[in-house]
Ligand binder design. Structure first.
Ligand code: GLC
Length: 708
């Protein structure tokens, strides 16, 4: 439809019909569930009104959605189709590593491929929109949803956010095979106080702008047509009714002109937050904040029309919001092609060989080797004991894999037997060591302890107060370690766990994160050396929970402690634990050994509109070909406000043959140095900078330059 036609359609609609377009119901309203006892039992839904609602949450499957859409087209007075949206976060049927695992790959291009494959499956199943990418920066592993994001670094998160949008949307959201992205959760949901889900966010404006918003902005700039407002507050105002955040920042500063949808029930929760007097007040405030779709609350449904009848301002705002929803439907091509997908496409894409290979490759690229005292790679002729319930668990695909099918998931035990049938493997798939397990472990060359947390222990509403590896798995580890010290700790987790005991005793630690449907095949290939680990830490591993929140790009403070070797009185440190991470951001091992030449600069001064180039030579001194994550960090040594001790500003992941070297160069330009200064201007300030290039955030391989 043309813009004129859309406006003509809007003009034909009644006030009530416009409001119905600004609502999202979940599938419970369309099943055989009776409304009086169903999901909206307290909603005053008129007969058949559910067939006039603008968008549907959480339903999928070609035949099911075709039937639903037929209902909308028949019963909606203007035959306006609905939009089908669902949480397809890291795969639809073929599940890929959780986003935090993808973050560990430090490979946004891989994530773009995964998003593209996901879109093929989701759109085959009739979906139009996915509630992804989740762009929330997280620096607190107590927060269960850190598994849904790509870690602690603003620059890296922004690269993954834009790659995800581009992957989903491909050559156009109106095309079969693509889906529209919805950027969430706007904003800074990952800064939940004390890592407790849904709790308030207390950030200064500069930290919000410099650290938390870049990933959302990158996703918006990449063309995402939807943004979801978060449950939390910003400046003590709930995001869904926060005019400063949603209009000034999102729409004016970032230039977003698409649809804003609330998180689930978030509009009515503003009443519970005590920021709205009642649902009518919540509805008016959300509308004024520019919120276009009320997901699963009845504020818009039941409390907007009466107010709007008395208010030209509200009627105008309703026209604007409803038009944005109609424009989205038009961009999705729904007026011409309301039905997406087909049975044939589902059969062609679900679990297809290409997606299976992608799932294996992504797991290989994401798994992070944290320790290796020569135990890995394991010889295929070894006798191996595999212990722990996680060895045969299918709960290793990660949270938000709502359309996954457990019987398709390859467990670790399945993978090792199918991929390495000639290797002698004895599996003890339980968490309490018994005589049989211990004697078996004793008789083997190597023990692989599958430990961590099953995937239902992370995700939404899964915050924990202690991220230490659970006592049961510590006991299991110590029991098998007591009879055989050649233990590989194979971690399955959606967050950085505190594992100081494993770090001390394991001969090797490989973090598989949650590798997805076929990912365990890739994990086995790493363990046996048919692939070389190249994952890196995307979110700092603490020694103890007490260190949280933590991240590498911290501030020095006025009393820093360099190279902590023990408590320093009257300085910024703890009496009982070091200041640094057990495994820091950007760290990871491989079967190769990489060395770096000193950093060379093309000049030691950078002009405002110029560039300088930083160059290193990276050599693979090992005996194995492999990939190295070459990381560029920059520090603004002095500023009108305090500046982080260093920030990731570039990366590349060259494949380097054993014994060979590659030259890596990064261009440095003034725009990379910008931040919000004391006057909240987004600028770079002249002065001294440090630049480092190395294999983790701890690299000291650096030189300085001046911006003039
Ligand atoms: C949930 C989540 C959000 C999700 C939405 C719809 O509460 O916070 O990430 O997209 O509801 O399922």
């Amino acid at each position: 439809m043309t813009d004129v036609q859309l406006k003509e359609l809007l003009a034909e609609m009644s006030l009530g019909e416009k409001i119905e377009q600004m609502i999202q119901f979940h599938g419970g309203f369309y099943g055989d569930v009776k409304l009086i006892t169903g999901p909206g039992h307290d909603y005053s839904v008129k007969p058949d009104q559910q067939w006039r609602i603008g968008t549907v949450l959480g339903e999928a499957g070609y035949e099911h959605l075709k039937k639903l859409q037929d209902g909308f087209m028949e019963k909606q007075p203007h035959h306006i189709p609905s939009i089908f949206m669902a949480d397809v976060i890291h795969g639809y049927k073929t599940i890929y590593p959780v986003p935090l695992g993808q973050g560990a790959s430090f490979d946004p291009e891989l994530t773009k491929e995964l998003a593209g494959a996901t879109a093929k499956e989701a759109s085959a199943a009739g979906l139009h929109v996915t509630f992804s990418p989740m762009c929330d920066l997280s620096r607190d592993a107590r927060w269960g949803r850190c598994m849904e994001g790509t870690g602690e670094d603003p620059w890296l998160n922004a690269r993954f956010a834009e790659a995800t949008v581009l992957g989903y949307q491909g050559d156009g959201i109106e095309k079969q095979g693509n889906i529209a992205a919805c950027v969430k959760h706007f904003a800074a949901y990952g800064a939940a106080t004390a890592g407790k889900d849904y709790s308030g966010v207390e950030l200064c404006e500069r930290t919000l702008l410099d650290d938390y918003l870049p990933s959302y902005e990158a996703a918006v700039k990449a063309g995402a047509p939807l943004v979801m407002s978060a449950f939390n507050t910003i400046n003590r105002i709930p995001c869904s009714t926060n005019k400063w955040l949603m209009r000034k920042i999102l729409r004016e500063k970032m230039g977003f002109d698409g649809v804003v949808i609330s998180d689930y029930g978030a509009v009515q929760e503003t009443v519970v937050h005590s920021a709205s007097y009642d649902k009518a007040d919540a509805a008016a405030k959300a509308l004024r904040a520019g919120l276009d779709i009320d997901m699963m609350s009845d504020c818009y449904l039941s409390y907007l029309e009466e107010q709007a009848k008395e208010s030209e301002e509200l009627r105008q705002l309703i026209d604007e919001s409803c038009l944005r929803v109609l424009e989205l439907k038009n961009k999705l091509g729904l007026f011409d092609n309301p039905i997406r997908g087909s049975k044939e496409l589902e059969e062609a894409y679900f679990y297809c060989d290409a997606h299976k290979e992608l799932s294996v490759r992504a797991a290989r690229e994401s798994a992070t080797l944290l320790k290796n005292d020569g135990l890995l790679p394991i010889s295929k002729n070894s006798k191996i004991a595999v212990v722990g319930k996680l060895a045969t668990s299918t709960n290793i695909v990660g949270s938000w894999a709502i359309f996954a099918e457990a019987d398709k998931t390859v467990t670790f035990a399945d993978a090792i037997k199918s991929r390495y049938p000639e290797t002698e493997v004895f599996v003890y798939p339980y968490d309490e060591a018994d005589e049989k397990m211990l004697s078996g472990c004793k008789a083997c060359d190597v023990v692989i302890a599958c430990i961590g947390e099953e995937d239902f222990k992370t995700g939404e509403s899964k915050s924990i107060s202690d991220v230490t590896l659970c006592p049961e798995h510590q006991a299991l580890f110590n029991a098998v370690y007591g009879v055989n010290q050649n233990v590989l700790s194979l971690l399955y987790a959606g967050r950085p766990l505190a594992i100081p005991m494993l770090a001390e005793k394991s001969k090797a630690i490989l973090d598989a994160w949650y590798p997805g449907t076929f990912g365990n095949i890739g994990i086995c290939e790493l363990i046996f050396g048919d692939a070389n680990p190249c994952g890196r830490v995307p979110m700092s591993f603490p020694h103890t929970t007490g260190q949280l929140p933590m991240h590498y790009s911290a501030f020095t403070t006025g009393r820093p402690v360099e190279n902590w070797t023990g408590y320093v009185p009257f300085a910024s440190n703890y009496m009982d634990v070091t200041n640094v991470a057990l495994y820091p951001f950007g760290f990871g091992l491989s079967y190769s050994e990489f060395t770096y030449s000193p950093v060379e600069l093309s000049a030691d001064t950078l002009q405002k509109d110029g560039k300088i180039t930083a160059t290193v030579t990276v050599t693979n001194k090992g005996t194995r070909d492999g990939k190295e994550l070459v990381q560029l960090y920059i520090r603004d040594v002095k500023g009108s406000v305090i500046r982080p001790c260093r920030e990731l500003k570039g990366l590349t992941k060259p494949f380097i043959k054993a014994g060979e070297s590659v030259t890596v160069s990064f261009d440095i330009t003034e725009d990379m140095l910008r931040f919000h200064n004391e006057d909240m201007e987004f600028v770079a300030e002249p002065g001294e900078f440090m630049v480092w290039i190395g294999g983790s955030s701890l690299t000291q391989n650096g030189v300085n330059f001046r911006l003039i």
